[in-house]
Write a new protein. Structure first.
Length: 82
């Protein structure tokens, strides 16, 4: 069984965008501040719509905000093939 994990750059992106507060981001993407706290601490993986809203807020790709990590060897093979 693989161990999947999603990391993110939400905190860095908030800082890089005028030191946006957690509440400001929460308001822009229509979630609670607690959801942003959970995201930043890695305790919560967002839904796809939320991931896209966050990326759109920062004007970056979803992959810039969120990174998918796994220990599944097949994932490594597929990641390196053209």
């Amino acid at each position: 069984m693989s161990n999947d994990h999603i990391t993110n750059q939400v905190r860095r992106l908030r800082f890089d965008n005028g030191e946006m507060t957690q509440q400001q981001l929460a308001d822009r993407v229509n979630v609670t501040r607690q959801t942003i706290i959970a995201l930043e601490s890695g305790k919560y993986a967002p839904s796809l719509p939320l991931a896209f809203r966050i990326a759109h807020t920062f004007r970056v790709s979803v992959e810039t905000v969120f990174q998918y990590e796994t220990d599944n060897p097949l994932h490594e093979i597929l990641k390196t093939e053209p």
